[in-house]
Each structure stands twice: as C-alpha cells, then as structure tokens.
Design a protein around this ligand. Structure first.
Ligand SMILES: [Zn+2]
Length: 246
C-alpha cells in the first residue's frame, strides 16, 4: 500500500481509538456497566420514594393548615352567637358553623390519608436505603478502581492526539480535508474497506465495505498497483484494500 493511503488508514485507526478513549473517560467502562445500571435503578427508586414521602408530607401540612383556618373560623362564628339580634341571623350563623365543621371533617380525612401514605412510604424508603447500603459501597469501590485507571486512559488519549497531529501533517491538505469532511458526516468513518464479492465464476466484483456500492475495477487496480487515493462513488469514503489482498 502506498504511503499516503497507509497513513490515512493509520489516521483513521488513531481517530477511532481516540474516540473510544474519550467516550470511556466520559462514561463508565464495560466491566462496571452492569453494576452501574443496577446502582442507578435502585437510586432512582429511592429518589422516587423520597419524592412520594415529600409529596404526602406536603399534602398533610396543607390539610392541617386548612383545618386550623377553619377552626379559627368556627371560633369566630361562635363568638358572634352572643351578638345576634334575631332568629334569622342565629340560623345563618349556625349554618356557617355547620358547614365549616363539615369541611374540617373532609380535611381531617385528607390529612389522615396523607399521613398513612407518608408513613407507609417512609417505611419502604428506610428499607430501601438499608438494603442499598451494600450495593452503594460495592459501587463506590468499583468507582474508585475506575478512577485509578482513568489517568492511564487519559494518557493514552493524549498520545493518540499527538499521533493524529503527526499523521495529519503527512496527508496532503486536499485529501485530508476530504477525508475529515466525510468522517464528520459519516459516523466518524472517512475510510472504507473494499470487499470482494465472492461468486462462482465470471469477473470479480468489488463493493464498498461501508455502503455496499459497487467499486469500479479500475479503482481497485489503481489502489492495488499504485496505492492511489480513490473514493467510493456513492459514500465518498476513501477506499483501501487489506494488505494481503493487494
Ligand atoms: Zn461507499
């Protein structure tokens, strides 16, 4: 393979490795993925329970505030009883008191229901928190292990970054621009392997390994003999051939 093409192959490889390293640094490694998911799920369940407790607490407090206000109202009405001037006013006042007392009953029921929910959810929350402790500490240990490995991955990413810069310098600007543009638009792949379609007989047929479009035989020959830079007619990725084939 001619030098330009092999440089591009190497460049693509370094770009791929760097992307994987960067993704790893920004995420969770495979070996602790399962634990991470379990931990996240359990933590989300605990958060949801805590929210349920909070909601019930708020509902109970709101009902209690209403009850207190209504009791004040009743007290106020009762003080007025001594000042009524006729039967009609007396009747109206009694009706007000009655209605306020009914409302108090309704809010008392609400407060009780909220209290029951609050206590029930608090109990479950406490249980969940207890049983989460073990998982949480295991997760903490794994996370520490991963944190200890991170510097190595970061170092590797740095080395790859420098390597990429060196390789980029070696590729003619026009080709580099094309390669990087395709890479940016096509899932980070600016390069495609040519694949020979195996058939019983007849002339050989080649396809672009990325988009499956047919590759002209002249292009295959040009790459094989001169290592020339050829693009896929469809996806525009730069084409290359496995060394042993070429
Ligand atoms: Zn293609």
């Amino acid at each position: 393979m001619a030098e330009q093409l092999s440089t591009i192959v190497e460049l693509q490889q370094a770009v791929d490795e760097l992307r994987a390293a960067d993704e790893l640094l920004g995420g969770i490694p495979d070996w602790m993925q399962e634990l991470h998911e379990e931990h996240s799920e359990r933590k989300a369940a605990i958060d949801a329970l805590a929210a349920e407790v909070e909601e019930a607490t708020q509902a109970r407090r709101a009902a209690e505030t209403e009850i207190n206000d209504l009791r004040e109202k009743v007290k106020h009405f009762q003080e007025q009883i001594g000042m009524v001037r006729n039967q009609r006013e007396y009747g109206a006042l009694l009706q007000e008191i009655d209605s306020a007392k009914q409302q108090i009953n309704t809010f008392e029921e609400q407060a009780l229901t909220a209290l029951e929910t609050q206590e029930e959810a608090s109990g479950r929350l406490e249980e969940e928190r207890q049983s989460f402790k073990d998982l949480d500490s295991r997760y903490g240990t794994e996370l520490e292990k991963w944190e200890a490995q991170k510097p190595d991955v970061a170092k590797k990413a740095e080395v790859l970054r420098s390597r990429i810069e060196v390789l980029r310098e070696r590729v003619p600007p026009q080709i580099l621009t094309h390669f990087e543009r395709v890479m940016a638009h096509r899932d980070g792949k600016g390069l495609a392997l040519i694949q020979e379609v195996v058939r019983g007989k007849g002339p050989k047929i080649w396809h672009c390994g990325a988009c499956n479009y047919r590759v002209r035989p002249q292009a295959v020959v040009a790459i094989q003999t001169h290592g020339s830079i050829e693009m896929c007619d469809s996806c525009k990725r730069i084409l290359y051939i496995e060394e042993e084939v070429g």
